[in-house]
Design a protein around this ligand. Structure first.
Ligand code: MG
Length: 391
């Protein structure tokens, strides 16, 4: 099956306020036109491509178009497509028409258009609407007044490519030569009495019409910002004494002993706070929340942690994940692990799957092993986006 693609780029519209025709505006250094043409020249099912350009450009086409058939566009889109159709190879069986202003068309979308035309004679790619659709009149008031609400399941938004069996497009073009301006080839095929099928388009296959569209498109092709990562490590140890609560990651753990300290003596929060501050080279917990300051007496260590997150964020860092090892002989922490991870995640502004708390004993060795103390180690990964150097 010989498939030809016609790229409709005959307009010289400068609606976007640029000094060059819209199709020559660049995305990441490559014009809309080149991106659109190359989507078809690189597609394995496309045998040849014909590009309809404004007269001036057609006479002096850019070098990258060498080897690609170029025709002069006409006054209207349908005239440009008609001129391209005149240049069609004898062998062409299926003809696709595509707007140069849709540079994000994908191979899948092209495949679906071809398959639709091969099966039914005519097919366009289109997307459903999610907004409620109103038909309005401006006759009664310039603002527009609703005439009716259309059933949106009966509405699709037509994109390109639009694909036709050669004879169907020929009939559509014949209609277009004598009739009023059409906004797409499907409209002419409909007027010519052909059924036009609809196949799935792609929301990303946008038509670049406004300055905002162009900006969206440029963002999409911008080199992705690279990420800088830093790790921070934190450690804390508190004595365990009778008559104190055992608070770990903000969770009250039933225990006959608790950690002695100025604040709630939450070793997990303290280790994580130091890891975060360390990763951003933002000092340590003692510097930001000194024992000597009565403000932090019996402080909720989750609040310190939240504050530390705010400190590093102000320096441009985001916490990516945190891993903790807590060491104590008893009680067993496993039942409290989900709650501890959840509390930490909330304080860190992370998903729970980015926070891990693991518990170990010290096998009876040393003060921790004798149950005289509890310790925690934490590692935090911090990331920051770097600004891309080229736009
Ligand atoms: Mg501490």
């Amino acid at each position: 099956m010989h498939v030809t693609a016609i790229i409709a780029a005959g307009g010289s519209g400068r609606r976007l306020g640029a000094a060059v025709p819209k199709q020559l505006l660049e995305l990441g250094g490559i014009s809309l036109l080149q991106r659109s043409v190359e989507a078809f020249t690189t597609h394995p099912a496309i045998a040849d491509v014909i590009v309809a350009l404004p007269a001036g450009l057609a006479q002096n086409p850019p070098a990258w178009l060498s080897g690609i058939r170029v025709v002069e566009g006409g006054e209207r889109r349908q005239d440009s497509v008609a001129n391209a159709f005149e240049a069609l190879s004898e062998a062409s069986e299926i003809v696709l028409v595509h707007d140069a202003a849709r540079p994000f068309v994908t191979p899948d979308v092209i495949d679906r258009a071809i398959a639709g035309a091969a099966a039914h004679g005519a097919a366009i790619v289109a997307i459903p609407v999610s907004d409620t659709v109103k038909r309005v009149t401006h006759a009664a008031h310039a603002d527009g007044v609703i005439v009716e609400t259309l059933p949106r399941e009966e509405i699709v938004l037509a994109q390109t490519p639009q694909a036709f069996r050669r004879d169907v497009l020929k009939a559509a073009i014949a209609v277009g030569r004598t009739e009023a301006t059409a906004t797409d080839e499907a409209m002419l095929a409909e007027r010519a009495g052909h059924l036009v099928h609809v196949v799935a388009g792609d929301a990303a296959n946008i038509k670049i019409t406004t300055a905002a569209d162009l900006e969206t498109a440029r963002d999409r092709v911008a080199p992705s910002a690279s990420t800088v990562s830093r790790v921070g490590v934190g450690y804390d140890l508190h004595r365990l004494v009778e008559g104190r609560p055992l608070v770990l990651a903000g969770v009250m753990v039933p225990s006959d002993r608790g950690a002695l300290g100025h604040s709630d003596a939450d070793v997990i929060c303290h280790a994580v706070t130091d890891a975060i501050l360390g990763g951003a080279r933002a000092g340590d917990i003692g510097q930001h929340y000194p024992d000597s300051d009565p403000k932090w007496k019996d402080a909720d260590s989750l609040a310190l942690l939240r504050d530390a997150v705010a400190i590093v964020r102000r320096r441009g860092w985001n916490v990516a994940n945190v891993d903790v090892v807590v060491i104590l002989e008893r009680p067993k922490l496993a039942p409290h692990r989900p709650a501890m991870e959840e509390r930490l995640a909330t304080a860190l502004g992370l998903a729970t799957d980015a926070v891990s708390v693991k518990a170990k004993t010290n096998e009876g060795v040393d003060a921790v092993g004798r149950g005289e103390a509890i310790a925690a180690h934490a590692v935090a990964l911090l990331t920051r986006l770097t600004t891309p150097t080229n736009d």
